[in-house]
Design a binder for this molecule. Structure first.
Ligand code: ZN
Ligand code: ZN
Length: 455
């Protein structure tokens, strides 16, 4: 354990969405040391000067800070965070501010935090009734947060008694008291304004606050610029191609602005428009740009492609054609279904869909017809062989079975396989079944055995 010159103070609500704001920690510190906020600030200033004679950052008057909650990411906040960190030894103190975003956002810090305090009246009331310390949450300092995410009640900004906006904290650091009239800030529940609707950017802000609270907000170098340029690169080829159709995308950032770090509200607005989470943009800009592109594509309304309508005449034409083919069965050649479909001007699927029964009959006819034509050509080939060639085998003209096959193919026009079968059948015819069976048996014993067997 390290000893420090001041009492150790740890931020409340660490690692939850209810992380404390820096101004609130400062108030609690003043209360813990039983001094006013001003006295503590002066004391810290002298203490810091003694320890760091060359560092004049402590001259900043925390009491007059533009934002009383002191949880932005400007230089004053940074100075005060380092002073209090050293004074209290609390390493988690930076999580009570937006300092984690410092390098990624507009250096001016415009509109990052409120210029007055805001608080949830229900949280205040609950803390009072439970006897707990009431404290300001970091999330309440962000202008986009308009309500308490837990109680769904609009945040209060003015004293219920004197109606003054709380531009400072109470001089003794009593956060539940007005800085001006010193009365309690508690208000009657019937004056609270319910806010059931989820306001714009609330989710995005709370995601950032949660990551800060966990100490897990990791930021890639130049994250926002990388995100925007990657997105533009991915989308540009398609963007051009589809822009002729319906390209309904939200307004894209101007090129000139891409180079500059955005303001916090700009970052939130862009993230909401892209449908991505700001913490993802900051930690993995390239991956998030790709997901944003996918979302963009999903948003596109592609032109509707009207399917060609089949006229009733076309159906009748196809039916009569099929029926004709069926009635003319017995002809030598039956055209294929694909051929009929092409001639009628439809697809085979169309015929199958509209005339399932006719197609069934037609394919049976085709099958029978092809069987018949195979038999016919086999017979033709056999006749050719038996008319002479088979009896001249083996001879100089037909020195091998392959020569016989070639001659059959040439004369009858049948396929090689069919010709081979015909040669085999002709050989059987010539030498008889018995000797063929003998040959087969010998062939099993000796694969080099030749036909016809030499008995
Ligand atoms: Zn609340
Ligand atoms: Zn007041």
């Amino acid at each position: 354990m390290t000893t420090t010159d001041y009492l150790p103070i740890v931020p409340l609500g660490l690692e939850t969405i209810e992380i404390e704001g820096f101004g609130s920690v400062f108030c609690r510190m003043a209360q813990a040391h039983n001094v006013s906020v001003y006295t503590l600030a002066m004391h810290l200033r002298h203490w810091w000067r003694q320890r760091h004679p060359n560092d004049d950052r402590a001259k900043v008057n925390v009491i007059n800070a533009t934002n009383p909650m002191l949880c932005g990411y400007g230089p004053n906040v940074e100075a005060y965070v380092s002073i209090v960190r050293e004074a209290t030894g609390s390493e988690t103190i930076a999580r009570t501010t937006l300092l984690a975003l410092k390098n990624e956002l507009d250096p001016n810090g415009h509109s990052a935090v409120r210029w007055n305090r805001a608080w949830c009246p229900a949280c205040l009331d609950e803390a009072y009734r439970d006897g707990r310390q009431f404290y300001d949450r970091l999330a309440w300092a962000i202008p986009a947060i308009q309500r308490c995410a837990i109680h769904k009640i609009s945040l209060s900004t003015n004293c219920p008694t004197c109606h003054a906006p709380q531009l400072h904290y109470h001089h003794l650091g009593a956060m539940d008291h007005c800085c001006k009239c010193k009365n309690s800030l508690r208000s009657a529940p019937d004056t609270w304004v319910a806010a059931p609707q989820v306001p714009l950017y609330e989710r995005e802000c709370l995601d950032i606050v949660m990551k800060i609270s966990m100490g897990e907000l990791w930021i890639a170098p130049e994250a926002y610029r990388v995100f925007i340029t990657t997105f533009a690169e991915y989308l540009s080829p398609l963007g051009k191609k589809i822009s002729r159709f319906a390209y309904k995308a939200p307004r894209r950032p101007q090129l000139a602005r891409e180079g500059r770090p955005p303001r916090l509200d700009t970052l939130l607005r862009r993230c909401a428009a892209f449908g991505v989470n700001p913490t993802d943009v900051l930690s993995d800009p390239e991956g998030t740009a790709k997901s944003a592109c996918l979302l963009e594509f999903a948003r596109l309304d592609l032109p509707s492609s009207a399917k060609p309508r089949r006229a009733a005449e076309l159906i009748n034409l196809a039916r009569s054609r099929l029926e004709n083919e069926l009635n003319e069965a017995g002809l030598d050649t039956v055209p294929s279904l694909r051929q009929i479909a092409r001639e009628v001007g439809v697809s085979t699927g169309f015929l199958n869909f509209h005339f399932p029964d006719l197609i069934k009959k037609y394919s049976a006819l085709r099958k029978a017809n092809s069987r018949k034509s195979i038999q016919r050509s086999r017979k033709q080939a056999l006749n050719f062989l038996l008319a002479g060639p088979i009896f001249q085998y083996p001879s100089s003209e037909f020195s091998s079975q392959d020569r016989l096959v070639e001659a059959t193919v040439e004369h009858t026009g049948i396929g090689v396989h069919a010709a081979r079968l015909a040669v085999k059948a002709a050989l059987k015819e010539r030498f008889g079944w018995q000797s063929y069976e003998k040959y087969r048996k010998r062939r099993r014993r000796d694969p080099t055995a030749k036909w016809p067997p030499c008995d």
